[in-house]
Design a protein around this ligand. Structure first.
Ligand SMILES: Cc1ncc(COP(=O)(O)O)c(C=O)c1O
Length: 391
């Protein structure tokens, strides 16, 4: 029996996707022998040995595994899920987000709900897929950045055809985790017939107990996305993950392009998900969290120059910090124009690129600063002090 009873995957997934005959290749059935089925180049790849690239053991002239069950199994085990059937692999979580739109939202008819300030790709993917976006801003009071559950429920009950609700936890740019009980309240809300997508790109920086993956075995209406781009430090390989009950995972797999994950990406991912790789990830996360705490502490010394207290929960690998009016020490007296000047000075004259987020609700005056290496953080502090003194 599917739980919750008000949810039916058949009502969420577009009829054309439900009826889809997925692309099948001979390699789905036969993986070894003389392989003359896929019009590959039998003579091999054309990367000269002198390139120094480490390609040992990779048959780059062959199409990659269409499903990579081994990687899925390793990820399932890392996150405490029963097996590979609960995991989908995408080209970054960005591909997963786009696919979720494509499987569920009928263009020009269905809608998605987002909770600003939030990750910008939800709205971009919505627009690409001609899907209207409803916005229910987070409660930004005092930088709490929490869901306004009653308002979300009100909009859900009032609007027809909301297929996707995106919750980013920890949020970007808020750096704030959303409690599981709030996510559960939406999963249980009978008026909502769609999918709750929880984007956990930064989850390893906040501790696993906060992860919505623990809700997947109970709820058929949740999909959790994660990525190797952040805690694993593998943004370049483009590997994102969706985790959900197998019926939804099957639909994502049927819809994706046949060989979306390259052999090079897979090789790196297998290594990163080995026990050695996971230990390295955990130790890097611990170092980043230590440096984040130290950066937050050091930023306090810039208060007299008109820099405010960091905003949000600092649960990810960045800080969000407001630039205030010159001479002000009140966090409410932010100064967007000054923040932009500081941001530009840092980038154009001082070689330090941070992100201006002052245009986002609840982030007025704010710069979002990723935690760098020890040396990069030292330079950042030094240059920020100079920029604030000058602007
Ligand atoms: C909240 C959030 N989700 C997803 C992504 C994209 O991740 P990926 O590199 O897996 O596409 C990012 C990247 O910054 C992000 O901040």
């Amino acid at each position: 029996m599917t739980y919750p009873s008000h949810f039916s995957l058949e009502q969420v997934v577009r009829p054309n996707i439900l009826a889809l005959q997925p692309y099948r290749c001979a390699r789905d059935d036969y993986q070894s022998g003389i392989l003359l089925d896929a019009n590959e180049n039998s003579l091999g790849h054309s990367i000269p040995e002198s390139s120094g690239l480490l390609l040992k053991g990779l048959s780059l002239n062959r199409y990659p595994d269409p499903s990579y069950d081994q990687i899925k199994g390793m990820f399932a085990s890392l996150r405490g899920l029963p097996d590979a059937t609960f995991v989908f692999l995408g080209v970054g979580s960005d591909e997963v987000i786009d696919l979720l739109f494509r499987i569920s939202c009928v263009p020009a008819k269905d809608k998605a709900l987002v909770t600003p300030p939030t990750y910008g790709m939800y709205a971009v993917c919505a627009q690409v897929n001609d899907v209207a976006v409803l916005k229910v801003p987070l409660d930004v009071e005092g930088g709490s950045f929490q869901l306004r559950l009653d308002e979300i429920k009100r909009v859900i009950s009032q609007e027809q055809n909301i297929k996707l609700v995106f919750i980013c936890s920890p949020g970007n740019p808020t750096g704030t985790t959303i409690p599981l009980k709030d996510i559960q309240a939406l999963l249980e809300y009978p008026d909502f017939k769609g999918l709750i997508v929880v984007d956990e790109a930064y989850i390893d920086f906040t501790g696993e107990e906060g992860s919505a993956v623990s809700l997947i075995e109970r709820y058929a209406n949740i999909c959790v996305t994660q990525t190797l781009s952040k805690s694993f430090g593998l943004a370049a390989i483009r590997l994102g993950v969706a985790m959900a009950q197998p019926s939804l995972i099957r639909i994502l797999s049927n819809t994706k392009a046949p060989y979306n994950i390259s052999s090079l990406t897979a090789q790196a991912a297998l290594s990163a998900l080995s026990s050695g790789g996971i230990n390295l990830m955990k130790s890097n996360v611990a170092s980043i969290k230590r440096m984040q705490a130290s950066l937050i502490d050091s930023l306090k010394a810039l208060r007299p120059l008109g820099l405010g207290e960091t905003r949000g929960g600092n649960h990810a690998n960045f800080v969000l910090v407001p630039v205030l009016k010159r001479g002000s020490t009140s966090n409410n007296e932010y100064d967007n124009a000054r923040a932009i000047r500081v941001y530009k000075k840092l980038a154009e004259d001082m070689g330090v690129v941070v992100r201006y987020r002052g245009g986002e609700l609840g982030c007025e005056g704010c710069l979002r600063i990723t935690i760098g290496t020890e040396e990069e953080n030292r330079v950042l502090l030094n240059k920020l002090e100079q920029a604030l003194s000058q602007e």
